[in-house]
Every structure is written in C-alpha cells, then in structure tokens.
Design a protein around this ligand. Structure first.
Ligand code: FRU
Length: 828
C-alpha cells in the first residue's frame, strides 16, 4: 500500500473518531468538559481512585481524540503538496494513538468510565448520614448474626440493615451529587417493599426513583442474594440528587441490602422474574447447572398449583452438568418453570428441555468417578441415608438429596430400592420440600399392626417419620402402601418443635412394651453459652430425647439422654442422626445390649427399658477411618432375618462429576465381648458375594522379604481381598491395591491405610482382613469386625496392580483370596 493511501486512511479514521467522540451526548461531553467535581465515594481509597479515574479518563479518550486528526494531518502534509512538513515521527505517534484506542468499533463505542457513587468498603459511612439503628455506624462486612448467607455483594462491605434483626429501622442518606451518566446501577437484595425497604433517588426533595429487594414478606423461600438493578436517569442529566436507603419495615424481610452504587454510561443488564411454559413430553426436564453460579429460586407449577420450589445455580452458556427434574407425573400436560430473578438476556430457561435420557458426557453409572459397587444418586448431591427399611420384599434406601446442586440444600427424600441390598434402582423422589420446609432426615417403619390407620386390611403401611426443617422445625409423617408413592401427613406435625435444632427421628417398634419408640436429636444451649451460634455444634449440648407412641401419631416424652455428661468437653459425640438398636453380644440371645450411635458413629452401649437408656460404656469409637469420612449412618428396620444392617454416607470426593460421593457398603453390625466390655463390630454383608466374578485363591503361603509378589499376575479394577495374616517374624505386611496401601504393623498391632492408623489386635497371633477397593475409596474390615477403616482414595485408572510384601521377617499368610468384582450397575 502506498504511503499516500495509508495516510488517507489514517486521516479518515482519526477524523471519524473525533466526530464520534464529540457527537452530542450530554454525558460524554459532560465528561470531557466537566471533570468530575462532586462525586461521592464511601471507601478508604476514594481520593486515590478519583485521581486515577480522572487521569485514565483524560488519557484514554480526551487527548487522543482531540489531537489525533491534527497529528495525522501534520505528519505527512507533504503528501498533500505542502512540502514543509514530513515527519515520520509524527506519523508513528498517530499510529500509536490509533492503536491505543483499540480496534475501530471499540474506539467508536468508547464510553466514559463509570463513576462509583458508593462501594461501602470503608470503615464508616463517610459523608452519608445515618438515622436509627438498622444501619449501625459503618457498612456491614457480609452476613450478620442470625441471617441467611448474604451473597452477591462486591468486596467486603455493604449496606445490610439486618442489624438487630428485622425489627430495627433507620435511614442512610448520601450527600448531594450530580447525575453525570445515563444510568445509575446498584446491587440490591432483601425485603420487597417499595416504600419501607427501599433505595430512593431524590431530586429537589422529590422522590424520582425507587428500588427494592425481591423477597415479599411472609412468602416461603427467599434469598439474601444481592442482584443488579438500575435506573435510567437520562432525563435527570446534570441535576443534583440525593440517594436514601430506607428501612422502616420491622416484620418478615424487614431489611434491605445495598452495595456498589455506580453511575454508568453502559446500559446495565437487570435481573427480573422470568418464566417458561414447557409441554411435558418426557420423564425429566434437563436443567443446565453451573456450580457456583448465582442461586435462583425456581418454582415448578403444574395444574395451576405450585409443586415445589428449589434453589438452582442455573448455567448461562455451557452447563457444568444437567440436573434432571422428574416431571413424569405431568406427562402430556404443560408445566411452568418460574425463576425469581434472571438477567434479562439469560438463555438458561430456554436451554431447559424435556428428555428421557440422563445428560452428561458419560453414560449414567459409567462416569469415571462413579463408585461401581456403592450406591450413589444418579444426579446431584446426596448426604444421609434415610428411612432404611425392608418392606414388601424390597429394601428401601431413602436419602437426603439435592437434585439441583453439588452441595447440601433443597432437601428431598431420594429413593432407591433393592432386592438384595447390593443392586439398587433409583426411583422418583419420595418427598419434595414444601411450604413447611425442607425434608430432613428420619426413619421408616413397617406398621405391621396398622396402628397408624394408614394401611388397609392385610396391607400394612410403610410409615416415614422425619424432620420438616422450617420455621418451626417439627417431626412429621408420610406413608405408602405400595413402596412407590408417598403421601405426606402435612397437616399436624406429630411432634412440635422442642428447639430449632431438633431433628432426625429414629423410630422402631419396642416389642416388650408394645409401643413405638423415637430417639430424637435435640440440640440445646450449653449452660453459660445461651447466645452461642446454633450453627456451631461444638458450642451446643447434644441430647437424645426419647418418646413413645401407640400409633406413630401421638408421642409422649419418655426421657432425655444427655450426651454432654459426664465432662463438659465439647465434642461430636451423639451429634445428630441418632441410631438406636439392640444386639445380642456374640449372638447370645440371653445377653442383649442396646447401642446408641450419633452421626459420627461414636456410640454408647447400655440398657433400655422402653423409656430410658442407661449407658454402661460411653463415647466409644465407631468407625476407625479419618474423622467424619463416613457420616449419618442408619440401620435397616424390619429386616426379614433379624440382622442389623447399617449403611452410611461416605464422603469420597468426586470432583467434576454430575453427582456427589456415595454410600458405604451395607454392613452387618454386631456386639462382641472384649476385655474392655462389649464392642461394636462391622462386617460387609454376605450378599456382596454375588458381585464376585472371578476368584483367585493364593494362600496359604509363607512370605519372606524380597519374595516374588504372589499377586503379580493379577489385574483388576474392582476388588475384594480377604486374607488371614500371621505376622510371625515379620514387622509389617504390606498390601498394595492399585496405588493404595493397606499395611499391618505387627509390632503395634495396627492397621495402616494410606498412612492412617487404627488398632487391629492380633488374636492367637493372627489377624483377618477384608479389603474392598472401588473407584473412590477403600474399606478395610479387620480384627473380626472390631476395626472398620473406610478411606477416601482415588486409584489411578491405569494402575490395576496388586502386591503383597513382608518386611523385617517372614510372615505366614494363612489364607489369601482375591475376588474380582462386577459393577452393581450391570444388571445381573
Ligand atoms: C446430617 C444432617 C441431619 C439433617 C440432614 C439435612 O448430615 O445435618 O441432621 O437432618 O443432614 O440434610
């Protein structure tokens, strides 16, 4: 291209930029000609940022825009016949100016920078004037005591009028400022009331704009999230204005959250309620989720009724995973999904589709971190097993389920059934959250004598007793006569709230007294710590309260078992999810003891007379793996053969998966006599033997240090290894399973799993060990069930090796069997 052509293009381009940047626009010219005078900032660095802002403004638009055409014209005036000037240096400078303005369209669209009116990052409200108590004396730093988590604000500080709760009132008023941009944008959340919980703009003493939060008082649900809102203030250009934040409401949602008030030339994207009608042409609606995206309240409506409200992190653009909303019950009808707040340009609702197939990069149950012989929910997050019961020929495993996120929330009762305790089939949810609250943990019984009256002649009902966590938090019933559809008895709770932290009823039939018994966790304040945060369990007392009932509906308080006695030390002992059952010591029907467990499996052994538990040994350690690696276990009621089968939530990381974690193996519990008294034993249930697809018998053998690995020829992904070890001269026997280590330290008589130690005493110089290795963890059972050590661990996919070594001397391996297992998700 000739120099003249470049010169002409540059001249034209710079002229255009000049023209565009000076087209009449109140706000732009205001910016160029009137450097900001009375902008308000509430924040530590307000002056610094003001200077920075002005400098950036001048250099980014003012100077280049003004001088560019002259510089260009001057630089090669010789090309226009004017011989006197020919300055390559000036041309270069113009080029730099052009480049500094970015690509053409961006330069043309260049907006004046935002003016921050207030970001509430300072340790005072600065020049803003406070009245009343609701605002305190300085911006809040996030969530206030007793408040749901506040999210969506920027930085650390914000206006949060929940000081002293909803009942406080007050105002916060800005000094006057000039409207210098077309839009006034802000983040707002909290109560919905255009007058009483509002952000107000006043000009000449008149209210010209108002905005409020999204939460109508006394409506179920609600969120403390701040969202973007804005006012178009073009008609007020150049006017002096005042902002006032008002909190005159004292009841439900009687507070407002405000942050980041900015004058801007860019039209902001507002969030507003949105909805979509969807004809149900399949079993599920696939809903795009991005973990960590803003939480939206999504309401499903069908047949003119609100069916359920859930909080969802709806994905804009590519979802991280698809949640599956079960809409089978409305096949052929049209349902409405309504979202409380969505950006105006959101594509999330449009992306929702009816489908029969579970969406994801991997087929269902074949995901890389899907446990292959441990139960896990198809999609979403599960925690506690609930309502474990044998009913009408099937084992029922209900579970705390959040179908729409990878964290606890939206508690549904998920449901799976099995004929053998091993192969599970997930069904539709049994209980959905409702206007009373979330469906928290609980248990299920078969009401064989139909004491509740929910059954019919010859058709005893399955009755669920569980917590409804709302305000108040109460115990309620639901029932079924087919094990598939569940009806809530949602009128009267069977047990009113004792304290807000009462939950997780474990109910069973007590034959000797002919009554139902409930063991309920009740969190109570510790003496002297009445004001402690109820969300901090270690600052609370853990009590198990017993109730009795003739019919599952009317409950009478029987006794309170105080977990915090003796000794005041705070602990997790008997914290939430109690389980309570009787076991025969070493199978002797004449020696039965009661076992009371809390969620972390620490337990007490003692006596129970139908009303009161009298412990004989307390604070005993249950599982021996890392603290809380398994949690909230529950045993099955109404087992056909009297076994006590227990299953727990197993916290095995499953990053990047469309589901979360798994349950443990079902285990048979027992009590065995030890020198210290009767102690719990854990053994994998015998039904698991059905998973063995190939068995290698490799013992007995003597194993000396340096010997050939007896397991060298094996190669398996899912394994069960059973061995009886007699360490004899060996100091340690080390089994390596796909990169994980299960060692037996003979000197200390300890099991060491990936470095984690637990006692496993030798008996007659021998110890038996059973190891199960799945895709997300190892479970080790040893010392006749006295040691149960679950360990979250992710074997490398390509490592399918096994080895057994003796260290420090020769060991006798009295027996050694390796079973290759098949997945429970492959139908037998
Ligand atoms: C235990 C627990 C229970 C509660 C449930 C809610 O993990 O906190 O106490 O009922 O989870 O999902």
């Amino acid at each position: 291209m000739s120099a003249k052509a470049i010169y002409l293009i540059l001249s034209f381009y710079s002229l255009m930029i000049c023209v565009i940047s000076h087209t009449p626009d109140n706000f732009d010219s205001m910016d160029a000609n009137n450097p900001p005078k009375n902008r308000l900032r509430v924040g530590k660095n307000s002056n610094v940022s003001k200077i920075k802002e002005m400098t950036v403004c001048a250099f980014s638009s003012y100077i280049p825009k003004l001088f560019l055409p002259f510089m260009v014209l001057l630089s090669r005036a010789d090309l226009l016949g004017c011989k006197s000037v020919n300055s390559p240096a000036l041309l270069l400078l113009s080029l730099i100016c052009v480049l500094s303005l970015g690509p053409v369209p961006a330069a043309w669209a260049a907006d004046p920078p935002d003016l921050v009116v207030a970001d509430f990052e300072g340790d005072s409200y600065g020049a803003w004037e406070v009245t009343g108590e609701a605002f305190g004396s300085a911006p809040a730093q996030g969530t206030l005591p007793g408040q749901q988590q506040v999210t969506g604000f920027q930085g650390r500080g914000l206006v949060n009028t929940f000081r002293k709760g909803d009942r406080s009132t007050g105002t916060l008023t800005s000094p006057p400022f000039t409207i210098e941009r077309p839009y006034l944008r802000f983040l707002i959340g909290g109560g919905k009331n255009e007058v009483k919980t509002a952000l107000v703009l006043e000009v000449d003493g008149q209210v010209v704009r108002t905005a409020t939060g999204p939460n109508a008082p006394n409506a179920p649900g609600g969120t403390e999230r701040l969202e973007t809102d804005y006012w178009d203030v073009r008609d007020l250009a150049g006017r002096q204005a005042v902002l006032r934040i008002v909190d005159q409401a004292t009841g439900d949602w009687g507070h407002l959250n405000v942050d980041q008030i900015v004058q801007t030339a860019q039209r902001p994207v507002r969030v507003a309620p949105a909805s979509r009608e969807i004809p149900v042409t399949a079993k599920f609606l696939a809903i795009p989720i991005r973990n960590g995206a803003p939480k939206r309240l999504v309401t499903l409506q069908a047949g003119g009724r609100i069916i359920v409200r859930n909080t969802m992190e709806l994905a804009e653009g590519e979802p991280e995973w698809w949640a599956m909303m079960d809409v089978e019950a409305w096949q052929g009808q049209t349902v409405t999904l309504q979202v409380d707040q969505l950006p105006e340009d959101s594509k999330a609702l449009a992306a929702i589709e009816p489908t029969d197939k579970f969406r994801g990069p991997d087929p269902l149950y074949r995901e890389p971190l899907r446990a292959q012989f441990h139960f896990s929910a198809r999609r979403g997050f599960h925690n506690d097993p609930n309502g474990c019961v044998f009913y009408q020929g099937e084992y029922h495993l209900f579970f705390q389920h959040n179908p729409y996120a990878m964290a606890i929330g939206n508690q549904h009762w998920g449901h799976a059934v099995s004929r053998d305790l091993v192969h599970w089939e997930e069904r539709s949810h049994a209980l959905l959250p409702d206007e009373r609250g979330l469906m928290y943990s609980g248990s299920a019984v078969v009401d064989t004598k139909n004491t509740s009256g929910f059954g019919r002649e010859g058709q005893p009902p399955l009755v669920i007793v569980h917590t409804v966590a709302g305000n108040p938090t109460v115990q309620s019933l639901a029932w079924s006569t087919d094990g598939r559809t569940f009806t809530k008895e949602s009128g009267r709770p069977v047990l009113p709230q004792i304290t807000p932290g009462n939950r997780d009823p474990k109910v069973f039939w007590h034959e000797p007294t002919g009554k139902w018994v409930m063991a309920l966790y009740v969190q109570r304040p510790r003496a002297g710590k009445e004001k402690a945060d109820p969300q901090k369990p270690l600052e609370q007392r853990h009590t198990i309260e017993f109730f009795t009932s003739p019919n599952l509906k009317d409950w009478t308080p029987a006794s309170v078992h105080e977990a915090t006695q003796p000794g005041p030390a705070p602990s997790w002992y008997l914290y939430e999810c109690p389980d309570f059952f009787e076991l025969a010591v070493d199978g002797d029907p004449a020696r039965k003891k009661w076992v009371l467990l809390g969620a972390n499996t620490e337990y007490a052994v003692g006596r129970f007379d139908g009303t009161t538990f009298t412990p004989e040994a307390e604070r005993l350690r249950g599982q021996q793996g890392p603290p809380n690696v398994i949690y909230a276990g529950q045993s099955f009621n109404d087992m056909p053969d009297g076994r006590r089968v227990f299953i727990c939530w197993w916290l095995t990381p499953t990053p990047g998966m469309p589901f979360s974690q798994s349950m443990t193996l079902p285990m048979e519990l027992g009590l065995t006599e030890t020198a210290a008294g009767p102690r719990l034993t854990f053994r994998p249930v015998r039904e698991l033997e059905a998973l063995r697809k190939k068995t290698h018998t490799l013992g007995p053998l003597a194993l000396a240090p340096g010997d050939k690995n007896p397991l060298a020829a094996l190669d398996a992904e899912l394994v069960e290894i059973r061995a009886e070890l007699e360490p004899a001269g060996a100091a340690e026997i080390v089994l390596r399973v796909r990169g994980g280590t299960v060692a037996y330290d003979a000197r200390k008589q300890e099991l060491v799993v990936n470095g984690y130690r637990a006692p496993a005493p030798l008996k007659n110089g021998k110890v038996k060990m059973t190891v199960f290795c799945d895709r997300t963890g190892i479970e080790v059972f040893a010392a006749d069930g006295l040691t149960y050590l679950p360990f979250a661990f992710e074997p490398r996919t390509e490592d399918r090796s096994l080895s057994l070594t003796a260290l420090g001397g020769t060991a006798n391996i009295s027996s050694l069997e390796v079973h290759e297992l098949q997945s429970i998700w492959e139908r037998p």
